[in-house]
Design a protein around this ligand. Sequence first.
Ligand SMILES: Nc1nc2c(ncn2[C@@H]2O[C@H](COP(=O)(O)OP(=O)(O)OP(=O)(O)O)[C@@H](O)[C@H]2O)c(=O)[nH]1
Ligand SMILES: [Mg+2]
Length: 301
Amino acid sequence: MNVQVDTPISVPGIGKIIEQRNNKFIKRGFDFKIMVVGASGLGKTTFMNTLFSYHLKDVDHQKPVLEKGKTVEIKEHSFEIKMRLTIVDTPGFGDRVNNDQCWEPIVNYIKKQYEDYLITESSVDRPFHFADKRVHLVLYFIAPTGHSLKPIDIIAMKNISEHANVVPIIAKSDHLTSEERESFKQRIKKEMAFNEIKLYPFDFPNENSVEELALNSKIRSFIPFAVVGSERFVLGNGNNKAGHGRKTRFGIINIEDETHCEFVPLKSFIMETHLQDLIDTTSKLHYENYRRHVLSSEDVK
Ligand SMILES: Nc1nc2c(ncn2[C@@H]2O[C@H](COP(=O)(O)OP(=O)(O)OP(=O)(O)O)[C@@H](O)[C@H]2O)c(=O)[nH]1
Ligand SMILES: [Mg+2]
């Protein structure tokens, strides 16, 4: 993978900072684990295939990265592309009779990775380098209803965000007009603030530079990112370039065209501008909270 800083999320002076940060990081080699969560059939698997096809297709030009069709179990798929990338695909919410606690297997999975990490880290003969299997980013898929968040989304995001970096996205945003998309975004933002859902990115004013804080607030202006996924290549017409896209009755949606959806800024955010910060925040904030909680409850025993 080539981590070049050609970000559409531009903030003056940020390019050099990210480049230096990422270069150091890549030399060391690192693990990155991304998980997709949300209601059934919202395009989670398709979106991962879209996002990573650019990096992984070279291995096999034909096959999508993840198996197409309904996802029926939490499943890890690992790849070596300078970073050790793991995608965790999960079955959609809403498939079970009782969906009240549907976020629980997700939280259990995240905590299990912390538990394993803590055991390895605390062992007497711990290896100098060991695999980091913690989840660094949870992309939470919201249905493009245009109305408001569903109660299940609020409770799921609230619970998951206590343990990991959560970034919500509006799935299948080709179902919304530009106006609907904008007002839906604003409503979701308000509902998330009202419900005190702690979303990534987090500001650490003592550690972050002015540029990094400006970049975080730019990212917040996008959240929830409105995206479209596609495993297919479409030919361009008129002003459209060829690229990943969807052919609809009304024309072609090119997912890399920023007037169509926010795939490009989201890709840049995950793979370039915030890659290292996602890993650091997992370690310094979420894992640390877990560790403190576990060790302090052991003290009590
Ligand atoms: N219109 C539209 N359709 C999409 C989009 N992304 C995926 N789809 C279609 O939606 C259907 C479901 O896609 P999946 O990727 O299997 O959805 P999923 O969320 O992984 O589904 P589960 O694993 O069952 O939860 C497929 O027919 C996709 O082609 C999108 O952005 N827009
Ligand atoms: Mg799936």
